[in-house]
Design a protein around this ligand. Structure first.
Ligand code: MTE
Ligand code: MOS
Length: 747
C-alpha cells in the first residue's frame, strides 16, 4: 500500500470511535432506552396479499378500553410515508396491497397483554386477485399498481446496438435471475416516540437517514420542520434496510404516542422484521451480446427487470443504479439497457447494499464468462480485450477521467489467488472420478460512489464543526454510524486536517435538532462526499485560527487548544460550515440518462475458489481474494472490514439466502430456516487495496461500502461453473437448485 508520506492519521488503523462501548455492552441501542410510563406498541397486519377491508373487529376477553388503538382514520393529515412519490400509506385504508401491510396499531403498558390483544384483532377482507412474479406483473395478469404495474423504467443508449448486433460474428444470449435477500442487521428495527399537539413529534431510533424520517413525519403530522425531531440511537447495522422502513415505524410509534399522550416504544422481533420490512429486489436480466471472432464486444443489449413489491418506495433508485452498472467496466461502442421496476403483491422491496448493482452485475459477469466460452478464449482474455480505460466511455456515455487500470487489478488478483495454476490443476483433477470438484472463477466490476447523476447537487449536503475553549472539536452531520465506520473516518479526516490527535475530535449524535442535513447515509457516500465536507470544515477552522493570528502555521498539536481558547475569548464562537458544491465539469442528462453518473467509481476484481460435493450438491467457498481500487484508504482495518462483510453477504446471496414465498409472504422468517453464512461458511478473505488517490475525495478517498457485494456472487457462480461445467443462471445456488441442475445436465 502507498500512503501519503506525511500523514499522521490517514491510512492508520485508528481504533473504532464507539468500539469500546459496543464491546462492553454500554452502548445504548433503542431497546435499551426506557422512559417512565412508557407504552409498548404493536402492529396488526393484513391477512391476505390483496383485498378490500370490510371491517375491523376487536375480539372478546381483552380490556380494550385500556388500549390505545389507531387505524387509518386517526391519521391527522396525509396518510402516506413520503419518499419519492407518495403511494405507500402509513396504515392501510380500505384496501391492502400486500400480506404484511399494517392495518391497526395498538399500545399498552404490558407487552404480553399487548401481544394477546394483537392476536384478538380480526379483519373482514374481501380478497382481490394478486400477482407475485415479474412475469405475471409484466404480462399484466392483474393490474395492481398504476395503469401498467410499472413503477419506473429507464432506457440507456450508446451508439446503435441493433445495427451493430446485425454485423456481429457471434451473438450470445442468456437470462439470469437473482432472489430477494434479507439485510439481517444484528439489531432489528425499533423506534421510540413522544408526541403532543404543543410540542410536536420526537423520535429516537435505529436508522440510517434522520432527515428521511423528518420529511415523512412532517407530512403525516402536518408540522413545521422545527416541531419534528429525529434522534439516531446506536444502530446495529442497516445495510440499506434502515433507509426507508424507519419512517414507517417512526410514524406508527408517533401516532400511538400522540393519541395516548405517552411515550411509545415499538421494537420488532426478528420474525416481524424479516416478514414486514424491505429486502433486496429479486431480478431478471436478459443479455444479448454481439462480439467479433476475436472477442471484441461490439453490441450489448441488456434488459433488466426488478420486482418492486406493492409500492414504489425506493425502487426507482435501485433500478437506476442497477441499470447504470449493468454493462460493467467495459468499453463497448454500442449498448442499450432497457429496464423497469414492476409491482407485485409482496411487501415493498428496498435498498440493500449495492442498490440493484449486485443483481445486474451478477448477470453481466456470469454472461461475460459465457461469451468468452462462445468465442473460444479464456474469461480473462475476453475481459482484457474489452476493459475500459481512461478517456473511454461507459454505457451511460460517461468519459472515464480516472486512471483506471483493470488489467493491473486483475493481474494482482490472479497473483494473490494463484488463479492460473489452480484453473489448470482443478481442470485436470476434476476429470477424475472424485466426488469433490474444485473450481476457481472471478468477476470484474465497478461501483459508483455517491448519489446518481445530479443527486448530490440536489441533496446539497451540509456539515458543520465547532471548537470548544478546551480545544475539542465537534463534528456536526446527519450521517449515521451503523458499523461501517462513519465516526472513526470523520475523526481521522478532521484530526488530520486540524493536525491534532484523534481523541480531541467528538462526533455529535445525529439529531435533527442539532445537526445539519448532510444527506442520507446511503450509496457509499459518507466518506467521499460528507467526509470531504468535514475536511473543508476542518480546514476552515484551521484557517480562522491562523488568519486571526492566534496560531501559526506549522503549529504543534499542544498549541491548538490554547489557540481555540484565545480565539473564542477574543472573537466568540469558533465554528465552520461546509456545503456540497457540484464540480462544474460533471454533467448529467436525466432525460437521456447520459453523462457523469457518478463523480468516481470503485474498481475491483474478485476471485473465488469453491469446492462442490457432487453427491450432496453442497458448495463451499474455500478461498477468496478481493482486489480493489477505492482511492486512498483512510483506515485499513475498517476498509478491510467493509470488504470482508460485503463478501460474506455476497456469499449468502450466491449460495444460501433463499426466501421462501407463499402468497407474497416470507414463510421462512427465522434464522434457523433462512440460512445465512456463519463464520464456518466464510473462507479466509484476502483483501488488497490498490491505492490511487482520488483528487476530489477527502485525503484522496472514494466510497467503498457497497462495492464488495457486487462482484462476490458472480465470482462464485463462475467458480461453480468451472468446477462442475454447470451453467449457473440463477442465485442462490442452494443444494436443491444445484442438484436439480445436475440432473438436467446428466439426463
Ligand atoms: N457496514 C456495516 N458494518 N453496517 C452497515 O449497515 N451498510 C452498507 C455499507 N457497509 C453497512 C455497512 C451500506 S448499504 C452502505 S450504502 C454503506 O455502508 C453506507 O455507509 P458509507 O456511506 O459510510 O459507505
Ligand atoms: Mo446502502 S443500500 O445505499 O444503504
Amino acid at each position: 500500500m502507498t500512503m501519503p508520506a506525511n500523514s499522521r492519521l490517514i491510512g492508520k488503523p485508528v481504533q473504532r470511535k464507539e468500539g469500546r462501548e459496543k464491546v462492553t455492552g454500554s452502548a445504548r441501542y433503542v431497546d435499551d432506552i426506557r422512559f417512565p410510563e412508557m407504552l409498548h406498541g404493536a402492529t396488526f397486519r393484513s391477512t391476505v396479499p390483496r383485498g378490500k377491508i370490510l371491517g375491523i373487529r376487536f375480539g372478546e376477553g381483552i380490556p380494550w378500553n385500556e388500549f390505545t388503538i389507531i387505524t387509518a382514520k386517526d391519521i391527522p393529515d396525509k396518510n402516506c410515508v413520503a419518499l419519492i412519490i407518495d403511494d405507500q400509506p402509513c396504515l392501510a385504508d380500505g384496501i391492502v396491497n400486500h400480506p404484511e401491510e399494517a392495518v391497526v396499531l395498538l399500545a399498552h403498558p404490558d407487552k404480553y397483554l399487548l401481544e394477546e390483544a394483537r392476536r384478538a384483532v380480526r379483519i373482514d377482507i374481501e380478497p382481490l386477485p394478486s400477482i407475485f412474479t415479474i412475469e405475471d406483473s409484466l404480462a399484466k395478469k392483474e393490474i395492481i399498481w398504476g395503469e401498467d404495474n410499472i413503477f419506473k423504467s429507464f432506457l440507456v443508449e450508446k451508439g446503435d446496438a441493433d445495427a451493430a448486433m446485425a454485423t456481429a460474428e457471434i451473438i450470445v444470449e442468456g437470462e439470469y435471475e437473482t432472489g430477494a435477500q434479507e439485510q439481517l442487521y444484528i439489531e432489528p428495527q425499533g423506534m421510540i416516540a413522544r408526541a403532543s399537539a404543543a410540542e410536536g413529534v420526537t423520535v429516537w431510533g435505529s436508522l440510517q437517514c434522520p432527515y428521511y424520517i423528518h420529511k415523512a413525519l412532517k407530512g403525516i403530522f402536518c408540522l413545521p420542520p422545527d416541531r419534528v425531531r429525529v434522534v439516531q440511537t446506536e444502530t446495529g447495522g442497516g445495510f440499506g434496510g434502515k433507509e426507508e422502513y424507519p419512517s414507517m415505524l417512526a410514524a406508527h410509534a408517533a401516532l400511538l404516542a400522540l393519541k395516548s399522550g405517552k411515550t411509545v416504544k415499538m421494537i420488532y422481533d426478528r420474525a416481524e422484521d424479516m416478514a414486514a420490512t424491505t429486502k433486496r429486489h429479486p431480478s431478471r436480466t436478459r443479455h444479448r451480446t454481439g462480439v467479433t471472432r476475436d472477442g471484441k464486444l461490439i453490441a450489448m443489449d441488456i434488459d433488466f427487470t426488478i420486482d418492486g413489491g406493492a409500492y414504489e418506495t425506493l425502487s426507482p433508485v435501485v433500478l437506476s443504479r442497477g441499470t447504470i452498472h449493468a454493462a460493467g467496466p467495459y468499453n463497448c461502442p454500442n449498448v442499450r439497457v432497457r429496464s423497469r421496476a414492476v409491482a407485485t403483491n409482496t411487501p415493498p422491496h428496498g435498498a440493500f447494499r449495492g442498490f440493484g448493482a449486485p443483481q445486474s452485475v451478477f448477470a453481466l459477469e456470469r454472461h461475460i464468462d459465457r461469451v468468452a466460452e462462445a468465442v473460444g478464449i479464456t474469461p480473462e482474455e475476453l475481459r482484457r480485450r474489452n476493459f475500459i480505460h481512461q478517456g473511454e466511455t461507459l454505457a451511460v456515455s460517461q468519459v472515464v477521467r480516472e486512471k483506471v487500470n483493470m488489467e493491473k487489478l486483475m493481474a494482482r488478483a490472479f497473483e494473490l489467488s494463484d488463479y492460473h495454476a489452480k484453473r489448470e490443476r482443478f481442470r485436470s483433477e476434476n476429470a477424475g472420478s472424485g466426488a469433490i470438484k474444485r473450481g476457481i472463477g472471478f468477476a470484474a466490476f465497478l461501483h459508483g460512489a455517491g448519489f446518481t447523476g445530479s443527486g448530490e447537487e440536489y441533496l446539497a449536503s451540509e456539515a458543520a464543526m465547532e471548537a470548544t475553549p478546551e480545544g475539542r472539536v465537534r463534528v456536526l452531520a446527519g450521517s449515521t454510524e451503523m458499523g461501517q465506520g462513519t465516526n472513526t473516518i470523520f475523526t481521522q479526516i478532521a484530526a488530520e486536517a486540524l493536525e491534532i490527535p484523534a481523541e480531541q475530535i467528538e462526533i455529535v449524535q445525529p439529531d435533527t435538532a442539532h445537526v445539519p442535513n448532510s444527506g442520507p447515509t446511503v450509496a457509499s457516500r459518507t466518506t467521499m462526499i460528507v467526509g470531504k465536507l468535514v475536511e473543508s470544515a476542518a480546514k476552515s477552522i484551521r484557517r480562522s485560527l491562523i488568519e486571526s493570528g492566534v496560531l501559526k502555521a506549522g503549529y504543534r498539536a499542544e498549541e491548538f487548544a490554547p489557540a481555540c481558547n484565545r480565539y473564542i475569548e477574543k472573537f466568540g464562537p469558533l465554528k465552520s460550515f461546509a456545503k456540497y458544491e457540484q464540480p462544474k465539469d460533471l454533467h448529467w442528462d436525466d432525460e437521456k440518462y447520459q453523462g457523469d453518473a457518478y463523480g468516481a467509481y470503485g474498481w475491483a476484481v474478485y476471485v473465488a475458489e469453491v469446492s462442490v460435493d457432487m453427491r450432496t450438491a453442497e458448495v463451499r467457498v474455500e478461498d477468496f481474494v478481493a482486489v480493489q481500487e477505492v482511492g486512498t484508504i483512510i483506515n485499513p482495518v475498517l476498509a478491510a472490514g467493509q470488504v470482508e462483510g460485503g463478501v460474506a453477504q455476497g456469499i449468502g446471496l450466491a449460495l444460501y439466502e433463499n426466501i421462501v414465498w407463499q402468497q407474497g409472504r416470507m414463510i421462512n422468517g427465522q434464522m434457523t430456516n433462512y440460512i445465512m453464512p456463519t463464520s464456518m461458511d466464510v473462507p479466509p478473505i484476502r483483501v488488497w487495496f490498490e491505492e490511487v488517490p482520488y483528487e476530489r475525495g477527502p485525503a484522496g478517498a472514494k466510497g467503498i461500502g457497497e462495492l464488495p457485494l457486487d462482484g462476490t456472487a458472480p465470482a462464485i457462480a463462475n467458480a461453480i461453473a468451472h468446477a462442475t461445467g454447470i451453467d449457473i443462471r440463477k442465485i442462490p445456488v442452494t443444494p436443491e437448485v444445484l442438484a436439480e441442475m445436475m440432473e438436467t445436465v446428466h439426463a
